[in-house]
Ligand binder design. Structure first.
Ligand code: RIB
Ligand code: CA
Length: 316
């Protein structure tokens, strides 16, 4: 697996699940501008990997600092000025690769003895550029699994979800690629809520990592409550990783998905044809339901294991 992300509180949990579940062979991490600017999302990815106890152990490369077309609009209202506000996270981090994320992806895919699953939890800018700049890697990509879009309404515009709205052209390129693709949209991620009980379970792990996850989710809960009126925050991104580890975590439906590129009011909307009205061939397996308990079991098990392995007891 290669995880392309824009940490981001929920991206942080996706990283921890990818590192902490033994069934995942995480080849590398790439970062993209989205929730925050590229320098911040990259620094945050390094911090999370260091917290997971694997700092410097796998390659991390920074990618695109803006969408293919248009300007970057970060989600500072949700993730804060650092992109990972909440706990104090000053700690030594590993290095960033000197190559661009697209080049790291190309090298990792080309060098892998088996096809690679690309998981994207931010705007799809890096993934789209990989597919356009290096079409020769397509046969070695097992599947693209992305958190983005929605079969229903959006979160950034009435019908646009943040990752796709940030870079609609990139999402369009990925969905037209012909690669096996899984879309994990808001229609299922809004069911994975970091409730008080979940935050309490992080805290009760008795590890520094568990405490930091609790603090991250507490901050995330505050911004989601203020900006969206949610009682608890939805952790969108780790579901994309969970769906790779155990595909039964989500139920999917093969459907044609189009990205609105020109709509005055709907640019960035994912138009999911669930009832065959367009006559178009399906181009994505669209998540339509989530096994919430199974998802949380996967994530909590991974975080608990990482926290214990890091042998750093919680700061009292
Ligand atoms: O719309 C939610 C998505 O946008 C998540 O990936 C979140 O981290 C932001 O990137
Ligand atoms: Ca994200």
């Amino acid at each position: 697996m290669i995880l392309d992300c824009d940490p981001g509180h929920d991206d942080a949990l996706a990283l921890l699940l990818a590192v902490g579940d033994p069934r995942v062979r995480l080849l590398g991490v790439t970062t993209v501008a989205g929730n925050q600017t590229l320098d911040k999302t990259t620094r945050n990815a390094l911090k999370v990997l260091a917290l997971a106890g694997v700092g410097g152990e796998l390659p991390v490369a920074a990618g695109c600092d803006r969408p293919l077309v248009g300007q970057l609009v970060v989600a500072e209202d949700i993730h804060g000025a650092s992109g990972l506000d909440g706990p104090e996270l000053e700690l030594p981090v590993g290095p960033v690769a000197t190559v661009h994320a697209v080049e790291l992806m190309r090298r990792l895919i080309t060098g892998s003895p088996e096809p690679v699953t690309l998981v994207a939890t931010g705007p799809l800018t890096n993934v789209a550029l990989l597919l356009r700049c290096h079409p020769e890697v397509l046969p070695r990509v097992r599947r693209v699994v992305f958190m983005g879009g929605s079969t229903e309404r959006g979160n950034t515009t009435p019908y646009g979800e943040f990752n796709v709205v940030t870079d609609p052209e990139a999402a369009d390129i990925v969905l037209r690629s012909g690669l096996p693709t899984t879309m994990i949209g808001l229609n299922v991620t809004h069911r994975a809520l970091a409730t008080t009980e979940i935050i309490g379970e992080f805290r009760s792990m008795g590890t520094r990592l568990g405490a930091i996850c609790a603090d991250l989710m507490t901050f995330f809960a505050g911004t989601y409550r203020r900006e969206f009126g949610f009682e608890h925050p939805p952790v969108h991104d780790p579901i994309a990783v969970a769906a790779v580890i155990n595909p039964a975590v989500v139920e999917t439906f093969a459907a044609p998905v189009s990205v609105e590129l020109g709509g005055t009011h709907t640019r960035g909307a994912t138009v999911v044809d669930l009832h065959g009205r367009t006559g178009r061939a399906p181009n994505a397996d669209v998540a339509v339901s989530l096994d919430v308990q199974a998802f949380w079991r996967l994530l909590m098990t991974a975080v608990r294991a990482l926290g214990a392995a890091s042998t750093q007891p919680a700061r009292r």
